[in-house]
Design a protein around this ligand. Structure first.
Ligand SMILES: NC(=O)c1ccc[n+]([C@@H]2O[C@H](COP(=O)([O-])OP(=O)(O)OC[C@H]3O[C@@H](n4cnc5c(N)ncnc54)[C@H](OP(=O)(O)O)[C@@H]3O)[C@@H](O)[C@H]2O)c1
Length: 294
């Protein structure tokens, strides 16, 4: 039996991991969130590791409020950088393997073709900067780790673009959504499954946790406008979506205009099947409709 600690388990990704954990019988999961394991508190983290033998950590804990981070840099830094450094220190001490989740926002979005892992980083937001700093802290340590960068995460759990669109779409006749930021949505269920499949493979192959970075999102490309249109269609909500430019929807944080990730490396290394974004969106919306009884 391998013990897996999931931090930030009450968020979108953590909940998806919780949801599929039963399918992975050779793992014993310990789900924690800030209320019982605050990753920024080194004493708490230390005490936790002293009393729980941990083989793997999946770090889902993060400060993910991209706009708020612009004026709450200390809080974003504390969770996204100091918290990760604490996990690195304890991974080092107890030889635990770390799966860390990072973001497409480490890039500046000036690419014209999907980002590969070796492309130059240049975050344009505080959130992106803190996530990049955490990547560097992991890669400059000697621990066994992998970093998975993902983008536009959504789930039937927590708050996200899909649930916001469904809510607003039922309340309003039309919505303005930007069409000049392009990326790929990621169903957190697909990411959760990928993480556990990789850990599963690592139990038979020691070389998996070699500090590599991998990109994972669903397949395909869309703008937020296309994403919103698909959400309305798949959830059968009659709400007109108007395409607007980013300059007409100013936000505190600058976001990359283009953040499509190239998934070839993760796909080829781990033989992973990645669903098309619209197919996964359809699955998620069915689940949201069932849960909300719509
Ligand atoms: N969401 C996206 O679009 C997106 C895109 C790319 C990458 N990512 C990355 O993917 C990962 C998972 O994202 P997500 O959307 O699942 O995040 P999420 O829903 O915001 O969940 C993060 C969880 O971490 C918890 N947390 C905050 N501070 C903590 C602390 N000090 N100790 C322990 N837990 C703490 C949060 O609790 P509270 O809610 O109480 O703060 C929350 O339950 C993150 O690393 C994120 O940066 C996300």
């Amino acid at each position: 039996m391998h013990n897996i600690l999931v931090t930030g388990a009450d968020g979108q990704l953590g909940n998806e991991l919780r949801n599929i954990a039963l399918n992975y019988k050779k793992f014993n999961f310990i789900f924690t969130d800030v209320k019982n394991l605050d990753i920024t508190n080194i004493n708490d983290v230390e005490l936790f590791f002293e009393s729980h033998p941990i083989d793997y950590i999946i770090n889902c804990a993060a400060y993910t409020a991209v706009d708020k981070a612009e004026t709450n840099e200390d809080a974003a830094n504390k969770i996204n950088v100091i918290g990760v450094k604490n996990l690195v220190a304890l991974s080092q001490k107890y030889s635990s393997k770390l799966v860390h989740i990072s973001t497409d926002y480490v890039f500046d979005g000036t690419n014209f073709k999907p980002y590969v892992e070796s492309d130059a980083t240049n975050p344009v937001s505080v959130y992106g900067k803190t996530k990049l700093e955490a990547e560097k802290a992991i890669r400059s340590s000697a621990i066994e780790a992998i970093i998975i960068r993902t983008s536009w995460l959504y789930s039937s759990f927590g708050n996200n673009f899909v649930k916001t669109m469904i809510k607003l779409g039922t309340e309003r006749d039309e919505l303005n959504v930007i069409f000049d930021q392009v990326g790929t949505p990621t169903y957190a269920y697909d990411l959760a499954k990928t993480i556990l499949d990789i850990i599963n493979q690592s139990t038979e192959n020691d070389s998996v946790f070699s500090q590599d970075i991998y990109h994972f999102s669903n397949h395909g490309v869309c703008s937020w406008y296309d994403f919103a249109k698909a959400i309305m269609e798949l959830s059968k909500i009659n709400c007109k979506i108007n395409a607007i430019e980013s300059k007409d929807y100013p936000t505190p944080a600058t976001r990359p205009f283009y953040s499509v990730l190239n998934k070839s490396k993760i796909q080829n290394t781990f033989n992973i099947l990645i669903p098309f974004w619209r197919d996964s969106l359809s699955q998620c919306i069915k689940k949201i409709m069932t849960v909300q009884n719509l």
